[in-house]
Design a protein around this ligand. Sequence first.
Ligand code: MN
Length: 211
Amino acid sequence: MADILGKLELKKYELPPLPYKIDALEPYISSQIMDLHYNAHHKGYVNGANTAVEKVDKIIRGDIQGYDWQGVVRNLVFNINGHKLHTMFWNNMAPSGSKGGDKPGGAIGDLIDRQFGSYDKFKLTFNDVMKSLTGTGWAVLYYDKETNGLVMSTIENHFINHIAELPVIQIVDEFEHAYYLQYKNNRNAYLDAWWSVVNWDNAEKNLGKYI
Ligand code: MN
């Protein structure tokens, strides 16, 4: 037990470095959006996750009385998922001209072709899924090891529609903070532009952990 705990040192959540410069996704995603999105929103989720974990620790120690577990858990999950989903989202994009917007190859390309017939057909379908989201959330492409199939879905907010065990292969942020400064209320224009920075190399890397 002591040996295991020695290796499993408790750590705090941290804001990971962006895999490219803040203006690298221009003109599809402006540097103003990226700056706020990464340095304010994502950092806020990291701080919120650490604060939420501390709060649970205080409750366990008996330092806080009269807490509301429903609210505590909701806040904890909202912030931890907010942090983790954004980390995936940054890596699922790349500057146009350097992987960004390229067609999928490798195993992910094969899976897409088998299931959808072609990448163009996949794009049409995933566009429909993305555009079907009402309110705030994410569009997600999962892989299900049980069927060897891809599953398209949306996650409302940061957690509603979560599917257990299915790893995220590709994800798109549809919160207003992801596009409003540049695209105003035209979310579809942002979603159309996202295809120019999608990073299938990273999706292939994600998939490789599970097949
Ligand atoms: Mn976001």
